[in-house]
Design a protein around this ligand. Structure first.
Ligand code: SF4
Length: 168
């Protein structure tokens, strides 16, 4: 993640390091999941901005591999085989293809990173629910999730528990 005024001059050296060492690097737009609620959309470095910076030094062409539900748009670096991924989580959300579910260390299902409610599987486990009952509850939580994260809605509210409290 690039932060304006902190490391936004490091995109190119980072990718150069990854390519030289055989790593596949991901950049991601900063999302409003910080504990201090300091995220400002106007300050966020967008995927578009990341691409502009990288393209000053690399030739990036779309990776033809099927993306599926993967969060990153992948790009061949200088014709490949090196690849870089850019996750436009805010400016080009991929919620429509999202197949993720999250179970926190304290047994709560979060149907979406930005869900403001959680489903308590721990209580079910401790009260003797069957595997089938737990699976049904988990499935129901996922079927009922919102269509997207809603970051752009004027009434968007950040979840109470930040990323660090739900398992990173
Ligand atoms: S639905 Fe939620 S968890 Fe899935 S991609 Fe969108 S914001 Fe992320």
């Amino acid at each position: 993640m690039l932060l304006r005024g902190v490391n936004d001059d490091e995109a190119v050296p980072l990718l150069r390091f990854a390519v030289d060492n055989g790593y596949e690097l991901r950049f991601i737009e900063q999302m409003p999941l910080d504990a201090q609620h300091g995220w400002e959309r106007s300050e966020m470095i967008t995927a578009g901005e990341i691409m502009v910076r990288l393209r000053e030094s690399f030739d990036l062409t779309p990776d033809p591999t099927e993306r599926g539900g993967a969060p990153a748009e992948r790009w061949l670096v200088d014709g490949g085989p090196a690849v870089v991924g850019v996750i436009a989580s805010v400016t080009r959300p991929f919620c429509g293809a999202c197949d993720r579910t999250r179970l926190t260390a304290d047994g709560q299902v979060r149907s979406c990173l930005f869900a403001r409610t959680e489903t308590d599987l721990r209580a079910m486990l401790r009260s003797g629910s069957t595997d089938a009952e737990i699976a049904d509850t988990w499935r129901h939580a996922m079927w009922g999730k919102l269509a997207g994260h809603g970051i752009d809605d004027p009434d968007f509210l950040q979840p109470d528990r930040p990323m660090s409290a739900i398992g990173g």
